[in-house]
Design a protein around this ligand. Structure first.
Ligand code: G3I
Ligand code: 9MR
Length: 607
């Protein structure tokens, strides 16, 4: 009888509450505080789940119980109960796990999972559940803006003074050409700080901008509804584009008008001290042009030019300028098809000053050639570019990263597949097949994964910036979904969203400002130097990386656990614009697709 179940719930809750109280009284406050710092052993998506989507939590074994139950927050009644799966050994650490599947808890609300004496962090089930991370991850870029003051009405407690104006950047000897002699001055203001440092790198801007622009191109109607409270929010331009434009305008300053080549970066000679940007006074330089930087630039400008056609009124001439910039960059690489940015070699030539900031020194250019050709082809329709596409379209498809943008070309050709259907149908079919093949391989890995995520399908997923691997796997899977509308691909992508938001071997939600146990101490100068306890929000931490290149102290060393939420740890806990971008894509794609995917039922409109 319902009334009995009700009472039983109270009894269970009473026992639980008493246990918690006794624990507190006997174990003592200080121990409790330390215990609170440890991630909860029930690993969940700390933000929440869509009502009609798959839902699992992972319990770190051993556990005292074979079953779990779920209560609504602050209510004693059990609303769902189930059995834990049998124990699984993780392939990426010594952890053993058990799965709590609560897919059939369909009602919206805020809940907690109970396993024996353990209680999970609260989480939501509901429509729009990923919206907070979708918006925050875009806003994260606003917080990275160089050369301008961040005002309290937009930045809240993270308001800060303008720094690194970059109005008088010096031309490094490696970059001298034409009238821009070594030591002459150029203006290169704006753009986003790359990461925890204050430098601005074209190669890393390439994949970042490509991914953000692709998010917009894939879901334009949705992004028109998303406002992030940035200074431009009141204009008619979607905020994701407003934000992208801040970096785009900087990128344009990085092209040498003399020959169309693009400088690798605008940088301090060496990483600055940990201080707010207005307190850092190092001279900044533009350094050597390179093929990778120039091709990435060409791709971004070509893609932006076609998107900006719709905003000619707001930004007169900008779309055309972008296309011209792309073509000029393309001209430069014809004459300079393989110029590497090799920082060590440059420094060995005794060019002064020596430059020791991030290299982003890509040596393989075939993927950049491919991506730039794809963007130029789609924006212009000029078949000349297709020759460069043909050259490598049958290469192996691999997950994108800052030094591998091949897949970005695929995504663009796929998105504009109508343009290929008539003349390049065989290529289109091949490309689709290869995307589905890679997606299928990811899918197959989920069953055997102890956290029921695609992430971790191989130990090699855990590299510097591994969380972007998780996010980019998700983006690839959503591209697979766009080919045949098979929901299994989206479900697999969602498993990595869960991973990023806490259903992982570390127990952290890797997005600052989101969830109950988020990253709190990223290697991020803006967060470290600002006297605010909470880190700047909306930023994705690098994630587990057993490389430990930073030589910090880590509590765990295995591939999936090697993460330290300490600001020393730039190899596992920095943030970076190229890692945030696939998070923007993934989280917002789910917001955009939730009804189409059947993850939620649209609210009935009141008449
Ligand atoms: O290329 C090899 C590959 O062949 C090998 O299999 C693999 C095994 O780990 O390593 C690969 O090299 C790695 C390289 O990234 C390419 O992915 C290096 O080990 C790894 O140390 C290197 O890390 C990069 C790091 O800078 C150090 O250079 C990160 O990808 C990159 O995201 C990071 O970027 C920094 C910028 O330089 C400066 N600003 C902050 C930013 C984020 O930390
Ligand atoms: O802060 C730098 C970070 O952005 C880079 O990713 C990292 C690796 O290149 O380097 C960090 O700077 C460290 C430098 O390499 C060594 N001295 C300590 C610096 C951090 O304070």
């Amino acid at each position: 009888m319902p009334i009995e179940i009700h009472h039983l719930g109270y009894v269970v809750f009473y026992i639980y509450a008493m246990k918690q109280l006794l624990l507190f009284v006997f174990v003592g406050a200080s121990v409790t505080a330390t215990a609170q710092d440890k991630p909860n052993p029930i690993r969940i998506n700390q933000l929440g789940y869509f009502p009609l989507a798959p839902k699992t939590a992972i319990v770190i074994a051993p556990v005292e119980s074979d079953s779990f139950y779920i209560t609504a927050i602050n209510k004693p009644d059990t609303v769902f109960k189930g059995l834990l799966s049998k124990e699984m050994q993780s392939a990426n650490s010594s952890l053993k796990t058990r799965v709590a599947n609560f897919t059939y808890l369909l009602n919206s609300g805020t809940y907690q999972i109970h396993v024996g004496n353990m209680v999970s962090y609260p989480f939501s089930i509901g429509i729009d559940v990923l919206k907070p991370v979708g918006i925050a991850s875009i806003k994260g870029y606003y917080f990275q803006r160089a050369s301008m003051e961040l005002q309290p009405k937009y930045a809240g407690q993270w308001a800060r003074a303008a720094g690194t104006p970059d109005k008088a950047v010096l031309v490094h000897p490696s970059a001298a050409a034409g009238t821009r002699t070594a030591g002459s001055t150029i203006s290169s203001p704006g753009g986003w700080y790359d990461a925890g440092d204050y430098n601005k790198y074209i190669v890393n801007s390439g994949i970042t901008m490509g991914t953000l622009l692709s998010a917009y191109e894939d879901f334009p109607a949705y992004f028109k509804t998303i406002a992030c409270n940035i200074p431009e929010s009141n204009d008619v331009v979607p905020d994701i584009l407003n934000e992208v434009l801040y970096n785009l305008r900087w990128m344009l300053t990085m092209q040498d008008p003399f020959d169309g080549g693009v400088y690798n970066k605008c940088t301090e000679p060496s990483f600055s001290e940990i201080a707010m940007p207005d307190k850092v006074s190092s001279q900044r330089w533009v350094v050597q042009k390179s093929t990778a930087a120039t091709l990435d630039f060409a791709a971004v400008m070509a893609q932006a030019s076609r998107i900006l056609v719709a905003y000619q009124k707001q930004f007169p001439g900008l779309s055309d300028s972008c296309l011209t910039a792309a073509k000029n960059a393309w001209e430069w690489v014809q004459k300079n098809p393989a110029v590497e940015y090799n920082q060590t070699a440059m420094n060995n030539m005794l060019m002064k000053p020596a430059i020791t900031t991030g290299g982003y020194g890509d040596k393989v250019f075939i993927d950049e050639w491919f991506w730039a050709a794809c963007e130029l082809y789609i924006s212009t329709g000029n078949e000349d570019y297709y020759k460069f596409i043909s050259r490598s379209i049958n290469n192996k498809l691999t997950l994108p990263g800052w030094n591998n943008v091949f897949a970005l070309g695929y995504y663009t050709l796929l998105r504009h597949s109508k343009k290929l259907e008539a003349t390049h149908a065989a290529d289109l079919a091949n490309m689709k097949r290869k995307i589905l093949e890679l997606a299928d391989a990811y899918l197959q890995a989920v069953q055997g994964n102890a956290f029921k995520t695609v992430m971790g399908q191989a130990k090699t997923d855990f590299i510097w910036g591994s969380n972007a691997v998780a996010a980019n796997q998700g983006v690839l899977l959503l591209n697979a979904y766009s080919i045949n509308s098979d929901r299994k691909y989206a479900d697999a992508a969602l498993s990595n969203m869960d991973y990023i938001l806490g259903k992982n071997a570390t127990g952290y939600c890797f997005v600052t400002g989101i969830g109950s146990k988020p990253t709190m101490h990223p290697h991020h100068r803006l967060s470290m130097a600002d006297d605010v306890a909470e880190p700047v929000p909306g930023l994705l931490a690098g994630g587990p990386n057993p490389g430990k290149q930073d030589k910090c102290t880590y509590e765990f060393s295995e591939p999936e656990t090697c993460y330290a939420d300490v600001d020393c740890s730039y190899a596992s806990n920095e943030i970076a614009i190229n890692w945030n971008a696939p998070l923007v894509y993934l989280s917002n794609a789910f917001n955009a697709l939730q009804y189409k995917l059947g993850y939620a039922t649209p609210p009935q409109k009141k008449k």
